[in-house]
Each structure stands twice: as C-alpha cells, then as structure tokens.
Write a protein that binds this ligand. Sequence first.
Ligand code: CTP
Ligand code: CA
Length: 226
Amino acid sequence: FFDKKDIQLLKGKKLLVTAGPTREKIDPVRFFTNHSSGKMGYAIAKKAAEAGAEVTLVSGPVSITPPFGVTTIKVETAEEMYGQVMKYFDGADVVIKSAAVADYRPAQTSDLKMKKKDGSLMLEFERTTDILRTLGEQKSHQILIGFAAETDHLEKYAEQKLKSKNADLIVGNNIMTEGAGFGSDTNVVSFFRKDGTVAELPMQSKEQVAEALISEIDQLIKGRIT
Ligand code: CTP
Ligand code: CA
C-alpha cells in the first residue's frame, strides 16, 4: 500500500488531524467520555509528518506522547476541539477527524462536587456541535476525512456518514472485531470512498493503517490535480 514515490504529494501540504476522546465536565471530580486512546490519530499525525506534511494535531486528553515534529494542541471538551479546528480549517489542505467526539455534554455542570442522595440520579445531556458535519458544510478546497467506529451495520452507517457529513472518505471499523478499535495497537479498517467502492484492509498495526491512509489521501490529491 505504502509506496515511497507516492508520498511526495503530501509533502508541504497542511494537515489538520484530531485525535482522542473529549471530556465533558459534570462537576470538578466527574466527567463524561469514551474509550478512545488517541493511538490511531497520533499514528496518522506521525506518519504524515514523516511524509513531509505540516501537521497540526488537535487532541483530547490521552496518555500517549505527541509525535515529533507535529504541532500539538491539547483540548478537553467537544466545544474546545471545535474552536481549535475552526482556527486551522481555512489554511488546511486535508482534515482527518479521527477524534471520538462526545455527542452529548451535561446540560448543567456544577462548580462544586455533587453530593450523593438517596434514590436514582437523573442527568440531562445536550448535544455538542458535530464538528465534521460543520466542516462538510463549510469546506471549499479541503479534503475531508471522517471516521466511523461501529458495533454493527458498519457499511450502512459508514456510507450514511460519507453523505451526511459531505466527507471525501470515511475510515470505518467495527470495534467488535478482534484486533480492531479502542486501545488496541492494531486496527481492521475499510475505506469507504465517494465512488461507492470499499477497500477492506487486513488487520495491521495502527502505524500501517496510517500509512495506507496516507497513500489513499495521495490518490485523492492526485484525483484533484488531474
Ligand atoms: N464527529 C465530530 N463531531 C461530533 C461527533 C462526531 O466531528 N460531535 C466526527 C468524528 O470525529 C468522526 C465522525 O464524525 O470522524 C463520525 O463520528 P461517529 O461518532 O462515528 O458518528 P456520529 O455522526 O456522531 O453518529 P453516531 O455516534 O450516532 O454513530
Ligand atoms: Ca458519535
């Protein structure tokens, strides 16, 4: 998949990558989040930088080290991620949204620790901004790549996301598959393309998946030039 002569097209291009989960505050000791480790997005940022791209990584809270040669901006919430992404969007050539953005945040946050009471607790959640969808509505020259991590009906959901978010590519994976998904060092992904074709990749390291994605982006750039 990864042909050295192909990576030339990415050289000097401005890439914006998001990675990791977001963390939505409930009170000073509690938050709402998901299992994203950031490994996939960090691997993409690293490999893109090695291919000569100018990479900005907007990352939610993760425990891994930012890749060398990448401008890394740490954020906590979906709204903070949205703000940082919009700052870099106009200047970006390619945007890769691998972050697992929380779809909801607590409607109210408490400045003081909430004390437990008898009986059950009801929390109200409100929607966060769908960053990718907003980018899809506003994009001009940018190549836009989204992710879809599903437990079922991967093909159907990935294809819906390709259209509804006006993306140029969706990288889909079934997190129930052995060797795929959160926290793992490997991944099993498929590329869902705008022409309706699907490339099913074998199980490989997240770094190899990143390399395959970079050569896929190369093809997308090539398609725009010719
Ligand atoms: N995404 C985003 N902003 C959000 C939610 C998702 O930018 N508030 C992006 C993700 O980074 C990913 C893509 O949208 O690239 C798909 O995310 P996913 O959670 O799979 O899809 P949703 O549209 O949120 O739908 P659902 O969670 O119901 O499957
Ligand atoms: Ca979601």
